[in-house]
Design a protein around this ligand. Structure first.
Ligand code: GLV
Length: 306
């Protein structure tokens, strides 16, 4: 029995060490250097190369190293074993900090002051009116964001694929109610999972249902937004600005117009990065549960995609 860590493009020595401290005596190896593939029964994965898991015939369970699992489920060679994901208060806190920072950035017009600074222009402006927020996706992070901003005094609406009830949040569900959910929002925060249903959800039709001048914040997955439609809606002024932390291709290719667009604020997918210190506790716990033939915590519904 051994654990394989399949997280390409990331230094994994520390994760290996930290996990080893939790699971002394268990063999933990970093892909592709796996000494006995037939001994691997548990794998920690994130954007694993397609079909790489087929090398492990005795795999019993998969543990995502992140909150989202789209990059794991898209593997054509995904074994038919349970998959768990990280649900971590630390990840949630990091997301809420990011979103709060972004809201204040726009509220205090730091975007406009940065442009004024380039022109050495001294011009005071009163804060932007940002009162209504809409959160798309009311799962773990979406619900936390809605409740957090509601407690700070913002008015909240929320939209999700299936109906949800959150006290103090006007909840809408299904495509028919999308327009109502976003109609009054000054800022729309996207925290949806990427599934076949949400891919390109934010296309020209839906962006045109936003309140004119609204700001889009995408901290979910790049493929939920139709890039061209977003650029057109920014250029026409239908959208006031977009803050993007996630992209269809990451790193964002050098020639992509988002880099140069004056209404786009972009960050390199850092809104909620898994904290290895807290994640290893969940990973180790799930590993022990698999060994004891117990169901893992934070299981993903692979059919649903989240
Ligand atoms: C980050 O994008 C995650 O899904 O954890």
């Amino acid at each position: 029995m051994s654990i394989a860590l399949l997280i390409p493009d990331r230094k994994l020595d520390q994760l290996q060490q930290k996990l080893q401290q939790q699971l002394p005596g268990v063999t933990i190896e970093i892909w592709p250097e796996i000494s006995k593939p037939e001994a691997v029964d548990f794998a920690v994965v994130w954007r694993q190369p397609a079909n790489s898991l087929t090398a492990f015939p005795k795999l019993k369970a998969l543990q995502s190293f992140g909150a989202g699992v789209d990059s794991i489920l898209s593997d054509p060679g995904l074994p038919d074993v349970p998959l768990a994901r990280i649900v971590d208060p630390d990840l949630t806190r990091s997301m809420l900090n990011y979103l709060h920072g972004v809201l204040l950035h726009y509220q205090l017009r730091f975007d406009q002051f940065a442009m004024q600074q380039q022109k050495q222009q001294w011009k005071a402006r009163s804060p932007r009116k940002i009162q209504q927020l809409c959160v798309l996706g009311l799962g773990e992070l979406g619900k936390a964001a809605a409740l957090y901003f509601q407690a700070l005094g913002y008015q909240l609406s929320g939209w999700s694929a299936s109906p949800k009830q959150i006290v103090g949040v006007a909840c809408y569900a299904g495509l028919n109610e999308f327009a109502k959910a976003v109609a009054e929002a000054d800022v729309v925060i996207c925290l949806l999972p990427l599934t076949a249903q949400t891919e390109n959800l934010l296309n020209d039709q839906r962006l045109s249902q936003f309140k004119p001048g609204a700001i889009l914040v995408n901290v979910a997955r790049g493929a939920i937004v139709d890039d061209l439609a977003l650029l057109q809606n920014l250029d026409s002024g239908q959208l006031g600005a977009a803050c993007l932390d996630v992209f269809r291709t990451e790193p964002l290719p050098a020639e992509h117009p988002f880099w140069q667009h004056s209404a786009v604020l972009l960050t390199p997918h850092i809104s909620a990065v898994t904290n290895a210190d807290t994640a290893v506790l969940q990973i180790a716990e799930n590993y022990r549960r698999v060994q004891a033939a117990l169901p893992m915590f934070n299981l993903v519904d692979k059919q649903r995609g989240y």
